[in-house]
Design a protein around this ligand. Structure first.
Ligand SMILES: Nc1ncnc2c1ncn2[C@@H]1O[C@H](COP(=O)(O)OP(=O)(O)OP(=O)(O)O)[C@@H](O)[C@H]1O
Ligand SMILES: [Mg+2]
Length: 573
């Protein structure tokens, strides 16, 4: 309960900057509610004055009053609706931005574990639900309570006896309303899950279309999709049924109360004495009362739903961020030393006591079987991972004591997964930089062997890549990523399988130009194809998280260790 209270209070904090607007909105709500009561009240002079008594003055002022009342209702409704709606959307926008910032600084391990679909839903759907729950509920609580109070006042004013009779019937309607809403909510929740399944199947299918076709798996995916879709349909039909049934049932209950009121007001029971106008005014108030009452019975559910969504969002916002406690800065890096570092993924040792020295002007290659820990080592150097044991020194400074932004200024990186954004080729090459130096981008593309095809694209470097750059070949995408690393021109260059999609000839070209460009850099190259790292100054062989050998190509291939075996295996193929 206190948990919910905390969430509630934290939500209210989002409203704080809008205090003034909210007060104006409340004034609008008061106008709106007062108009409702006044309209019901006006039914009395309308009938008794103009029709029954044929009062000439009433024939003039009553129509004018009706106009006035609706003007008031309109103005009040507009002010409160507009202000509260705008506040709601501003809160949604604020939450979306906060979540986005959190994603940008979430520790990578956490980010990998969380489903990206859930993270997307938080920004798109949940934020909207929270904010509308806050602002809509507020509107309902204030405006509908005031409206209901006003209308009940009008009813009591004309006949407290009839009001009393009426309110004996209210609990009955209340019980029914609660039943209908509960059923709705239950079905709705299941329906949302079913729709989620449908979305999931759809995403998977569309993403895997080439596989599905080639493997003749149409029937398999069709069955799964139809099943999920069928479940959604059944629930939808149940929902429609409840909705269609609830209307007539509620209306019939209203008819019963109406019949009761008519009976007591007209029969000679002697209990109630009212004029035609008073009766109509009472009746109007009664009928108008249903709307705010319905709002008020549902408001708790929508507040609860909003609180659940808010809790989810707050949990995410409270995540610890990427460790960035270091404050120091360095201006350049000429040596990098890994000292006894270990990486442990939840009990699984990916790197185990690794010691390694890297120097400016030297190219270091990292080889080893798939899963031997190469990318994990890159993760340590880029500080996407923190070592569980050990330290990394850049020119004798522990890199954990540096600010992340400062440390990463010295890094340039081509990863195993090439990530291009849907922007121009030039912006992709200058990725993250505020301004694009076109001449520099061009020479980077040339050095990466990408200029030939980029210059063929319509618009050249201004060509806008589409989503995930699907219209480029794998090797073309990779060359743009290499150009990006060259453009960056940092002290440390890391290539994790950066040339894996290139043919041997193009790879040769890229490697040669990298060799010249990075003559004064620390270069760390990971490759499965040994021919691409033969020239390196030091070749480090990793096996199950440990360094088992290092040396240059010649000495390693002449010894009879892991590397020599890898060379033999490669040439045997
Ligand atoms: N995020 C992670 N969570 C848990 N285990 C991981 C994670 N990333 C990697 N591993 C495990 O750690 C080990 C080393 O992985 P790593 O990615 O460093 O290997 P690699 O040498 O780069 O392999 P490859 O050549 O296939 O890219 C593997 O056994 C892998 O399953
Ligand atoms: Mg890897």
């Amino acid at each position: 309960m206190s948990h919910t209270n905390g969430t509630y209070r934290r939500l209210l904090r989002y409203l704080r900057p809008y205090k003034k607007q909210i007060w104006i909105a409340v004034v609008g709500m008061v106008l709106f509610a007062a108009a409702d009561g006044s309209f019901a009240y006006l039914m009395q002079p309308l009938l008794d004055g103009t029709f029954v008594a044929k009062d000439a003055a009433a024939s003039v002022w009553v129509p004018l009053a009706i106009l006035g009342v609706f003007l008031m209702r309109g103005v009040g409704g507009f002010i409160s609706g507009y202000l509260m709606g705008a506040i709601g959307w501003k809160i949604i926008s604020q939450m979306r931005r906060q979540l986005f910032e959190i994603y940008l600084s979430m520790p990578m391990g956490k980010l990998r574990k969380t489903q990206s679909g859930a993270l997307v839903a938080k920004v798109t759907y949940d934020a909207q639900q929270v904010a509308s729950a806050v602002t809509d509920s507020f509107t309902i609580l204030v405006r509908d309570s005031l409206s209901a109070a006003g209308l009940i006042f009008v009813m009591l004013w004309w006949s407290w006896e009839l009001t009393l009779i009426l309110f004996t019937a209210v609990p009955l309607i209340g019980v029914l309303a609660v039943w209908v809403t509960r059923r709705f909510r239950r079905i709705n929740k299941k329906q949302q899950q079913a729709m989620g399944d449908v979305n999931h199947q759809l995403n998977q299918t569309i993403g895997a279309m080439p596989m599905i076709r080639v493997f003749n798996a149409q029937r398999y995916v069709r069955d799964r999709f139809f099943e999920a879709e069928g479940r959604s349909l059944n629930l939808q039909i149940k929902e429609i049924m409840t909705k269609s049934a609830s209307g007539p049932i509620v209306q019939f209950l209203v008819a019963i109360t109406l019949a009761m009121i008519v009976y007591f007001a007209s029969a000679n029971t002697g209990l109630v004495e009212v004029t035609v106008g008073e009766f109509m005014s009472f009746l109007t108030a009664m009928l108008m009362l249903f709307q705010p009452l319905r709002g008020l019975t549902n408001v708790n559910a929508s507040i609860q739903k909003g609180l659940v969504a808010a809790q989810g969002i707050f949990d995410l916002l409270d995540q610890p961020q990427e460790q960035d406690t270091g404050k120091d800065n360095i201006h350049s890096v000429s040596t990098l030393r890994l000292q006894n570092v270990s990486v442990d993924y939840a009990g699984k040792l990916a790197l185990d006591g690794v010691n390694l020295d890297l120097q400016r002007g030297k190219q270091i290659a990292l080889v080893g079987a798939s899963g031997s820990g190469k990318s994990s080592l890159v993760g340590l150097v880029t500080r996407l991972l923190a070592p569980n044991v050990g330290q990394i020194f850049a020119d004798d400074v522990d890199i954990q004591t540096l600010s992340l932004a400062n440390w990463r200024q010295h890094l340039s990186y081509v990863g195993q997964d090439v990530l291009l954004v849907s922007d121009t080729v030039a912006s992709n090459v200058a990725f993250g930089a505020e301004e694009v130096d076109l001449a520099r981008a061009e020479s980077a593309l040339k050095a990466a062997g990408a200029w030939d095809f980029v210059s063929q694209l319509p618009g050249g470097m201004n060509y806008i890549l589409d989503d995930k750059a699907q219209n480029l070949s794998g090797g073309e995408r990779q060359r743009i990523a290499i150009a990006r690393a060259i453009y960056r021109d940092a002290d440390i260059l890391i290539l994790d399988e950066a040339t894996s999609a290139l043919d041997a000839t193009s790879e040769r070209v890229v490697i040669d130009s990298l060799k010249t460009l990075s003559a004064h850099k620390i270069t760390l190259i990971i490759a499965h194809r040994l021919s691409s790292i033969e020239h390196c100054d030091n070749i480090v062989v990793l096996n199950q998280g440990k360094i088992v050998e290092q040396g240059d190509h010649l000495s390693l291939s002449q010894s009879s260790g892991h590397y020599a075996k890898m060379v033999a295996d490669a040439s045997a193929r």
